[in-house]
Design a protein around this ligand. Sequence first.
Ligand code: NI
Length: 176
Amino acid sequence: MIRDVLRMGDPRLLQRSAPVDAFGNPALDALLADMRETMVAKKGAGLAAPQIGVLQQVVIFGVERNERYPDAEPVPYTELVNPVLTPLSDERDEDWEGCLSIPDIRGMVPRFTDVTVRALDRNGKKIELRLKNFAARVAQHETDHLDGVLFFDRMTSMQSLTFLEEYSRFHSKDED
Ligand code: NI
């Protein structure tokens, strides 16, 4: 089922989500199914459970060709429960981000370029991933939602903030 996505200003987006403690059950399967359907319908690169009002540590992400992120490299579809993200170096890079909870806005956000993620899958099996560049960016953005952090909080300057229409006109790499 496609769920409503909470928008910035909803206090639930600023709360910490709780760890999942029950795996391999219909409730978690249904949550992940709803999240995937919602992410695809809204053309997001990722989605965190609190964005649909479920304050549990569950995120998904994945990008094939995405019209909201025409310049993005593909990222395989990934589901992470109780993720813990660790940067592997201090190296960061700044690039554009958007968020389904902050519609039609883009801003430049610094993120670590090389991270590992330890998490569980829907059945409670351990997952360890090494992610770089855009995949690392998306994972950091989504796991931030579990701490009640939105990408505005990660920006070092608000100067790059742009509406989507102006982003397409002036800032998309396709226009260069
Ligand atoms: Ni977001």
